[in-house]
Design a protein around this ligand. Structure first.
Ligand code: 3PG
Length: 205
């Protein structure tokens, strides 16, 4: 069992895969760049198949399922081999479904009240989404004193240039982002480019 999802890598790669092969190629490129974690989002019909393939063919990466937006997706992702779960927002049903899998998970929050509700449910490690649109670094700075027990993976609108300002905050463990896997690099199988973006991100902390 993981000690903390927030302390594995400085940048959690948020990935869209259109086939199992694409997912495996991306996973290998991220590992080669020094980022052995992937949040494979459930945004394509092939996402579960990609999670299954990555867990079978790239065992050195920690593969999680992202974009859990309905309770039933939690078990489907766990059954496909996901080792952690991430949701962009949190309802009671989604929270319970993620808890029922016994996997580590990051529930999504975007407001102070949602942070407090997640803490009440026993979750101290949270995805802050959509980070830039919800107040970004200023939001996280503002709640560090009143709500010190919450730690975050801010995601949404973060770039290679802005990641460091988030990582400097005491209540941020890692940031998430899709900038490591540009759509054109994925489509053309430019794994070297993804590896070099990953290695720049791995060096951020
Ligand atoms: C997510 O689901 O975490 C976001 O879509 C990632 O946001 P980004 O594409 O702005 O990095």
């Amino acid at each position: 069992m993981l000690r903390s999802l927030l302390d594995v890598v400085p940048v959690m790669p948020v990935v869209v895969a259109h086939s199992a092969e694409e997912g495996v190629g991306i996973a290998r490129a991220l590992v080669a760049g020094g980022l052995p974690v992937i949040e494979l989002t459930l945004r394509t019909p092939e996402a579960l198949e990609a999670i299954r393939a990555i867990s079978a063919e790239v065992p050195e990466i920690l593969v999680g399922a992202g974009t859990i937006v309905a309770p039933g997706q939690a078990k489907l992702a766990a059954d496909a081999g996901a080792q952690f779960l991430v949701s962009p927002g949190t309802t009671g049903h989604i929270l319970h479904a993620m808890q029922d899998t016994d996997l580590p998970f990051l529930p999504g929050v975007g407001t102070v009240s949602e942070v407090l509700a997640a803490l009440e449910a026993g979750c101290t490690e949270l995805k802050f989404f959509p980070a830039e649109a919800s107040g970004g670094v200023d939001f996280l700075k503002s709640i560090a004193a009143p709500v010190p027990s919450a730690r975050f993976c801010p995601t949404g609108g973060i770039t290679a240039a802005s990641a460091a300002s988030y990582l400097a905050l005491p209540n941020v463990g890692c940031v998430g982002g899709s900038w490591l896997t540009p759509a054109d690099a994925v489509a053309s199988g430019d794994w070297d480019r993804i590896s070099s973006l990953a290695s720049a991100a791995a060096a951020l902390r």
